[in-house]
Design a protein around this ligand. Structure first.
Ligand SMILES: O=P(O)(O)OC[C@H]1O[C@](O)(COP(=O)(O)O)[C@@H](O)[C@@H]1O
Ligand SMILES: [Mn+2]
Length: 650
């Protein structure tokens, strides 16, 4: 048998069968290494707000506008720049509006095509020809390539370009061409997207966001606690199912389940109407202000209460079956005095705001009634059998994980659980202790087992672990001492609602702790950062998303409308391009219509820019490191051809 090296050379020689082919590839790869590093875009906590998300995706958090400025500088008015930017974001819709006002459309097409081509030239100049070619829309690929590449051997360049543009206009293809160029600019402005968790819950369109992400050219996802909750529900974990439905009910978003995923809510609705017929369910008001009629609101509130009670019961059962989760203190139903409507918590007695529990048997408070069990089982079956949901979850599984190390940055949604002294907190997972990176890894492996393990017991463990990740104080995705859902519904006393954060959040200004975390994940580079989301940054209280002298960015996107009152802004996004890091603060997104008509881009302030001393090239990136290895292997192949160790395949 041939040794490994010989076999490897053989394989490589199948791909590069001659000295000439291997040499060309080496030269190409070497050229790519010298190109500027591609732009990375970081978004977090999108929470179902698909319009704002889609806008930020289109404008690259200000990157498209910066390109327009770079290309046209002072030669274009800022009003025209705004219109051009809006056209690039929403080409079809904007053109419809322009057509109504513009008197000479031929002229407009000509000027616009010229401008878009100039921006395309600039955005594509960072990439290799072959990469740009792959990004081109097939129907216009050839023409666009002609227009954006310098043609040294064409003498009268201007008339060459003009004749192409004139032809496009004459044969009435200019609008399609403008759309194609605009989408190409969007596509080329951001090379790679990172979603640092929490796509799901609160807002109305997580399923639309998932569809968009599934068509995105290059991206990764660090799962947030809400995403793992949905994954658990899709895997059929009933604690997760109940939570997902409860949150949709709370935010008046049951349409996501019914229309988005085709999950039948009729069993829950019928049960809720029968059981809470005369109950106003006033503790279960809806969060958003939906334009529902009163009867719709009433029904939604009843469903909200019904699923919440089911949740508290089923969670009680999960906690009992999993003593290792150490969550007994979160079982509260047996502490209620059902006759008096009181509950005793930590030695103090509180009056419940709602005393009507028709389905709870005080002797067996965690037992589901037959009807509740039927509702939960039917919901669970609907989640497990929903093809669209399953395909979204499999996308999360394939593009995502609990953390990512990418170009010297460490990305995760929540935190690294720490002790009071800043050391890594050791957490027992099914009887074995883990901390730091190992904790992340074991939890991620259980999430995958929840979907793929053959062994029934391991798969069940994986599913329960998803529920644990959602709310345990030891979960790196949650990072708070308890999830006070019960207290927030039933008790007026605010002190009981408090969820205390893990010490991690107090150590974010501590160099030693931050360096230790980075080192745990193999990062000791001076230009390394931790990038996390999850915690809304209350910028109106002067809180800063950048911590530890710029080593940590907490960029909770704040897309969630419900949270904008707390933060005062619509959150932060981050861009990492060849010049450094750019942190942007966004104002709330009004609507797509206003963005198109009034050209109100989300107003974004660049609040921090970290400039690198030397412009970074592909060589400085993870992809660059791989390319260097490939070059090394190809040189080895070349040497093998030249020394006669193997023969060319002509
Ligand atoms: O928005 P709601 O429904 O009030 O939910 C609040 C709950 O959400 C959480 O903040 C978790 O969600 P986040 O990951 O978005 O912070 C819990 O800590 C809290 O109990
Ligand atoms: Mn979160």
């Amino acid at each position: 048998m041939k040794d490994l090296e010989a076999r490897y050379l053989e394989r490589l020689s199948q791909l590069y069968p001659t000295i000439a082919k291997a040499s060309t590839e080496i030269i190409n790869l070497q050229a790519i290494l010298n190109l500027p590093k591609g732009t990375e875009h970081f978004l977090t906590d999108i929470h179902g707000e698909y319009e704002a998300f889609s806008h930020v995706l289109k404008n690259g958090s200000g990157a498209v506008r910066r390109k327009i400025d770079e290309v046209f500088g002072n030669t274009m008015s800022s009003k025209d720049k705004k219109t051009l930017a809006t056209l690039i974001y929403y080409p079809r819709e904007k053109m419809e509006l322009i057509k109504k006002k513009e008197e000479n459309m031929e002229d407009w097409y000509k000027i616009t095509l010229y401008r878009l081509i100039e921006i395309c030239k600039r955005t594509s100049s960072k990439y290799s020809r072959s990469k740009v070619r792959k990004a081109l829309p097939p129907e216009f690929a050839y023409v666009i390539e002609e227009l954006i590449t310098e043609k040294a051997d064409v003498l009268d360049k201007e008339s060459y370009y003009n004749s192409i543009v004139d032809t496009i206009i004459r044969i009435k293809r200019s609008e399609e061409f403008i759309v194609a160029l605009s989408e190409l600019i969007q596509r080329l402005t951001v090379d790679h997207l990172h979603i640092v968790g929490d796509i799901y819950d609160r807002g109305p369109g997580p399923h639309i966001i998932m569809d968009k992400l599934m068509g995105y050219h290059s991206m990764d996802i660090q799962w947030g606690n809400h995403d793992v909750l949905w994954m658990g529900a899709a895997a059929g974990q009933q604690g997760c199912v109940a939570n997902v439905v409860r949150i949709c009910a709370r935010y008046a978003n049951l349409e996501i389940l019914e229309d988005g995923y085709g999950i039948n809510l009729l069993p829950l609705a019928t049960f809720a109407l029968n059981t809470y017929r005369d109950d106003p369910c006033s503790c279960f008001e809806l969060k958003d202000d939906p334009d529902y009629d009163p009867s719709e609101t009433m029904l939604n509130m009843k469903m909200h209460k019904a699923i919440s009670i089911i949740q508290f019961k089923i969670e009680g059962q999960i906690i009992k079956k999993n003593p290792g989760f150490k969550l007994e203190h979160r079982n509260l139903l047996h502490l209620i005095d059902y006759e008096k409507g009181l509950i005793e918590l930590n030695g103090k007695t509180y009056e419940l705001l709602d005393k009507n529990f028709p389905t709870i048997d005080p002797k067996r408070p965690y037992a589901l009634t037959e009807a509740e069990e039927e509702v939960l089982d039917r919901l669970t079956q609907a989640f497990v059998n929903c093809e669209k949901l399953q395909s979204h979850m499999h996308f999360l599984l394939s593009k995502g994980g609990l953390y990512k190390v990418y170009n010297n940055n460490l990305l995760y949604h929540g935190c690294i659980p720490l002790n009071e002294d800043g050391s890594f907190k050791s957490v027992k997972i099914y009887g074995r202790s883990y901390k730091g990176k190992a904790l992340y890894e074991v939890l991620e492996s259980y999430v995958r087992k929840g979907f793929y393990a053959i062994d029934e017991k391991e798969r069940k463990r994986g599913k329960d672990m998803m529920w644990y990740i959602w709310l345990s104080e030891n979960s790196p995705l949650f990072g708070k001492d308890k999830m006070a859902t019960f207290e927030r519904y039933f008790l007026a006393e605010k002190e009981t609602h408090k969820e205390k954060k893990n010490p991690y959040y107090e150590f974010l200004e501590n160099d030693k702790v931050v360096d230790r975390i980075l080192k745990e994940f193999g990062l000791e580079h001076s230009f390394s950062h931790i990038i996390n989301g999850h915690m809304p940054v209350k910028s109106k209280n002067g809180e800063n998303p950048m911590k530890c002298g710029g080593k940590v960015f907490v960029i909770d996107g704040g897309f969630s409308r419900a949270y904008q009152k707390q933060t005062g802004i619509a959150g932060y996004t981050l861009i990492y391009n060849s010049y450094g890091m750019i942190l942007s603060a966004h104002e709330p997104f009004e609507s797509k219509e206003s963005a198109i008509e009034n050209e109100t881009d989300i107003h974004s302030d660049t609040i921090v820019t970290e400039i690198v001393s030397k412009r970074q090239s592909v060589l400085d990136t993870d992809v660059g490191k791989e390319l260097v290895e490939q070059i090394h292997d190809l040189e080895f192949l070349l040497e093998a051809y030249r020394s006669g160790r193997i023969a060319e395949r002509l």
